[in-house]
Ligand binder design. Sequence first.
Ligand code: SF4
Length: 264
Amino acid sequence: MIITNDLVEAFLKCPTKCFLQSCGEVGTGNAYATWVRTRNKVFRIEGTKRLVAGVAPDRCVIGTPAMGSPKSSQWHLGVDFAVQSQNLRCSCHAVEQIPSAGRGRTAQFVPIRFVSRNKLHRDDKLLLALDARVLSEVLRRGVSLGKIMYGENYATLKVKTSALATDVRKLTDKIGTLLASPSPPDLVLNRHCGECEFESRCRQKAIEKDDLSLLAGMTEKERTNFNSKGVFTITQLSHTVTRRTDAGGHLQAAPGLNHTGRWA
Ligand code: SF4
């Protein structure tokens, strides 16, 4: 199974999403997910234009140039730069080639990613580090630095991708194990569901299972704690709670429940 950067991005949001995408399952759609995808696409197109404008036309390549050819050292900017090494495939948004600084020195390659949000997350850096890893394996040279262009002002953050190499390796190992499994991981509704194309499918399955993750106010730690005690469904949970009423017959708050008897 080829692990693409889209699958890694999905895994960072939710293992179930990664598994479903790897099986080619198509979600029923989600207006918010479509809006986010469009916003990212527009941001990337505009960012690419800005990068291209800063490079002489004959120093810019679209797509992946043949490595090792006499002309391979002549480009300074590659956009939509796809690379594959063994079972890892990345579609780098852009790659900058910094010519060698003198005899005996090699050119430096710097992957660039576009992120439309004003605030970056660790996942953005991990995805950049994945680009750097695959690029490094294909070029057979170290790629220790990458850049993220982000936010409404297209600010640039330099990221030391070599510092994330171990995390990226662990991540791709986990994804490899997940994709080798014949069955999907346990379904757990999470914060990303609201912007996921599989939202209707997963919510329906969670309702059928009466799954604890339907209780949005319950933290992962609390759910894991209940699971370790053999409590997996809302019905089972309700049996563990002693409901008390006050003198007026009103339901009193019990640990973890609010005054309406629902999980707080
Ligand atoms: S809807 Fe939620 S649980 Fe289902 S794949 Fe998407 S993020 Fe994961």
